[in-house]
Design a binder for this molecule. Structure first.
Ligand SMILES: *Cc1c(COP(=O)(O)O)cnc(C)c1O
Length: 400
């Protein structure tokens, strides 16, 4: 019997559909529900638990910090946030830079947008540089500003008027970007691979063209690595596939392996635009979250997480391609989407997969997103493929 009584969520706002299952425990690539049923987690809480559930090193760091010091505010120095910032600066490897810690991806992007506006200078009498250009199909968060940056106009409508200063252009189209640049533009904000938009990597040459345009027109290039960053795509950061150096990099999801922490990195000259009083946060970078991030980065470096993601991603992609019902596979490393055969509904397949003990996400109406732990084993991938194969065969509309 489930201990989740009907109606136990009665006092939660309905911002998500009624969940099909309640998870109570996790270990590595596995989750367990309140009936004790086991699942392979190939979603990782939306690319968050990149080291798997209950990683012992991360758990030990959190426990140790919880009995040492949780919080003092940013009016005082604490550890280990500054150490985490130094490690991120080394891994981003785009010239010396500085970090502002946040609690989420949206807040990391808010920091980037505010920093870009401060860097670009004041707007006087409507004249000045403040517009941020992003791509259609992008996702940058749910706060009012990051919602406007998100290139999905249908999501904007119920919340108008949104903060001014956002403009959208076709994804992977450098000519469209060039045409949208005028003297009001301060920055370009793009993902290396659109995650929520359907797992769509930047095309060849696109990032280089964006960098060139930003250099020519004196704009900041902001890369949103909230989903793609920290090893998932087979590099430390997604932009590192494209041989460019951004001015600002935002991240969050995997940084705490489930502990809420995000970060906005900027190269030194840009970061220097913020002076005391310009930006702040009560919780950002506090010791508990930072201790998790420190442990995450240490494990990722010890395990060479990007290399593991690349190798496991190649295995997963090739196994998916051989599955009846899968038309094609796209993505990088362990951030993949399986486009289903025509007639198959991704939501129905994801529901059937859950029944078979596999957590995957219908990222579009016709495709499934797969983002397992970067430490997933070859055997776990093979078992996930068997479960997905059964789900595909059992879904109506399939001739698999
Ligand atoms: C998830 C996500 C965000 C928002 O992160 P939150 O922590 O939910 O605020 C921003 N950008 C991208 C690319 C994301 O995938």
């Amino acid at each position: 019997m489930s201990d989740a009584a009907p109606g136990y969520r009665a006092h939660l706002m309905s911002t998500y559909p009624e969940p099909p299952v309640t998870f109570v425990r996790g270990s590595g690539a596995h989750l367990f529900d309140d009936d004790g049923k086991e699942y392979l987690d190939f979603l990782s809480g939306l690319a968050v638990t990149s080291l798997g559930h209950a990683h012992p090193t991360v758990a030990a760091a959190i426990c140790e910090q919880a009995t040492t010091l949780l919080h003092t505010s940013n009016l005082y120095g604490t550890r280990p946030g500054p150490e985490v910032a130094a490690t991120l600066d080394r891994l981003i490897d785009a010239g010396p830079g500085k970090v502002f810690f946040t609690n989420s991806g949206a807040e990391a992007n808010e920091c980037a947008i505010k920093l870009a506006r401060k860097w670009a200078g004041p707007v006087v009498g409507g004249q000045g540089r403040y517009v941020v250009i992003s791509a259609f199909g992008s996702f940058h968060g749910r706060t009012l500003a990051t919602l406007h940056a998100t290139g999905q106009p249908a999501k904007h409508e119920p919340f108008q008027p949104l903060p001014e200063g956002f403009r959208h252009v076709a994804w992977n189209d450098a000519a469209a970007l060039e045409a949208a640049i005028d003297p009001s533009v301060a920055a370009v904000l793009i993902e290396p691979l659109q995650g929520e938009g359907g797992v769509n990597p930047a095309g060849p040459g696109y990032f280089a063209a964006v960098r060139r345009l930003c250099d020519e027109r004196d704009l900041l290039m902001i890369v949103d690595e909230v989903q793609a960053g920290l090893g998932r795509t087979g590099r430390w950061f997604g932009f590192q596939h494209y041989d460019v150096q951004p001015d600002i990099v935002t991240m969050a999801k995997a940084l705490g392996n489930g502990m809420p922490i995000g970060a906005c990195w900027a190269r030194d000259e840009v970061a220097a635009s913020f002076v005391p009083g310009d930006h702040g946060t009560t919780y950002g970078g506090q010791p508990l979250a930072a201790s998790a991030a420190k442990a995450v980065l240490a494990v990722m470096e010890a395990e060479d997480a990007p290399a593991r993601a690349e190798k496991a991603g190649a295995h997963l992609a090739s196994a998916l391609r051989q599955l009846p019902g899968v038309a094609s596979v796209r993505g990088l490393g362990l951030l993949l989407a399986a486009e289903l055969d025509p007639g198959l509904d991704a939501r129905a397949v994801a529901a059937a997969a859950l029944g078979e003990g596999l957590v995957v996400n219908p990222v579009t109406a016709t495709s499934l997103r797969l983002a397992p732990s970067l430490l997933v084993s070859a055997d776990e991938i093979d078992e996930a493929i068997r479960r997905l194969g059964r789900a595909l065969a059992a879904t109506p509309g399939s001739d698999a």
